[in-house]
Design a protein around this ligand. Structure first.
Ligand SMILES: *Cc1c(COP(=O)(O)O)cnc(C)c1O
Length: 369
């Protein structure tokens, strides 16, 4: 019954096979289960340290263990050199997950070459980059998401796509193990948010606060693992018609931000193939929180995705790239609310924070080039 949607997504990503799921996270889990069947001796999943928690959650729910790899502070994407160093020291890695974070394509050519050389599977996580150029050309399986805040938001939905008939067969077999979305899912999601935002108020001085977030991810597999429902499949199909226009609009909005924020901070890397998930900006860490507060006080949503994922799962290792992103990033919306007036207002508010902060603020403007 999902065939028309699956065919459409396969065509969009130039993959031969597609299995749709209730979430992007469910699709990652299916993929991990399929890889596990092929390499039961391997137990580790390499994740970029700059990422949301759900890929780490489903790694746990697949009975595997995440290992974190540093990210490039210019883009937030997996750093190929760090990946190479990591794989040189480990023989227990089942697969690497590389996300096109913020809609910006990761360096998949290099990452795929490294994964082939070290004989590990590669997941291309395109959850934030639907409609970006080149998606589907590298890696064993491509993941999509139609969840909250994604390029197409159908309130949920995901897909796993591959060109490998053997993997496709295993994905389909495993898909039978997924049930419908549990009725408790909304409550579990609310509990997660409460824990997350509660922990955030104290995690700067208290590593245990971050670990609470990791622990709640492990409580309810059903929050992450379920089937797509038919109404959402219909919504996704309809929304796909408008995807090219949506991609154009997001790219235009990002350019408008570039203009308005010229000389204020540094935009995250964007290439022509990318599709901005949000507008990503790096600010001097000393002023970042004040800038976000000023935006929010004016009723403008701003977020700081993503803090490093490793400490949530008990890994206190050194990740300088991920730390730089965590300390400086601000994400601003590129949806319909981000009209020219709001973008200009946002830039003025942030500029005031940076310049109003004295010589440090003035110096920080120099980093905008
Ligand atoms: C949202 C997201 C996921 C998970 O997708 P859901 O549909 O929310 O389960 C995975 N990876 C990345 C990079 C995401 O942004």
């Amino acid at each position: 019954m999902f065939r028309p949607l699956e065919d459409r997504l396969a065509a969009l990503t130039h993959r031969r096979h597609c299995v749709v799921t209730g979430r992007g996270a469910s699709a990652i889990w299916l993929t991990l289960e399929a890889f596990k069947d092929a390499r039961p001796d391997r137990t580790r999943v390499v994740l970029p340290v700059t990422l949301c928690t759900s890929p780490a959650a489903v790694t746990h729910h697949a009975g595997l263990v995440p290992v974190f790899c540093d990210t490039d502070p210019a883009s937030g994407n997996l750093c190929p050199a760090a990946l190479e160093r990591l794989l040189e020291t480990r023989r227990d890695v089942l697969c690497v997950l590389a996300a096109h974070l913020y809609g910006e394509p990761a360096d998949m050519v290099r990452i795929a070459e490294i994964c082939t050389r070290f004989d590990v599977f590669l997941i291309e996580d395109a959850a934030q980059s639907l409609g970006a150029g080149g998606v589907g050309q590298h890696g064993d399986v491509t993941i999509l998401s139609f969840g909250h805040t994604k390029i197409i938001d159908a309130g949920g939905g995901g897909a796993a796509l591959t060109c490998d008939a053997g993997l496709d067969a295993r994905l389909r077999e495993t898909e039978f193990r997924l049930g419908p979305k549990p009725r408790e899912a909304a409550r579990w999601a609310a509990d997660y948010r409460t824990t997350y935002y509660g922990a955030q108020t104290e995690w700067d001085g208290n590593p245990a606060a971050k670990r609470r977030v990791g622990e709640i991810c492990k409580l309810h597999p059903g929050l992450y693992l379920h089937r797509l429902d038919e109404a959402q499949a219909g919504l996704i199909l309809t929304a796909l018609d408008a995807l090219p226009a949506e991609v154009d609009r997001r790219r235009e909005r990002a350019k408008a931000y570039d203009e308005a924020f010229r000389g204020i901070g540094r935009p995250l890397q964007r290439s022509p193939d990318g599709v901005p998930w949000r507008y990503g900006l790096m600010l001097p860490p000393a002023h970042r929180d004040a800038a976000v507060e000023a935006l929010r006080a004016a009723g403008i949503d701003a977020s700081c995705w993503y803090p490093r994922l490793a400490p949530f799962f008990g890994d206190e290792g050194d990740f300088p790239g991920g730390e730089a992103i965590e300390a400086g990033v601000v994400n601003l919306w590129v949806d319909d609310r981000a009209d020219d007036a709001r973008i200009a207002h946002s830039a003025a508010l942030v500029r005031d924070v940076l310049t109003g902060a004295g010589t440090n603020g003035i110096k920080s403007q120099d980093s905008g080039t």
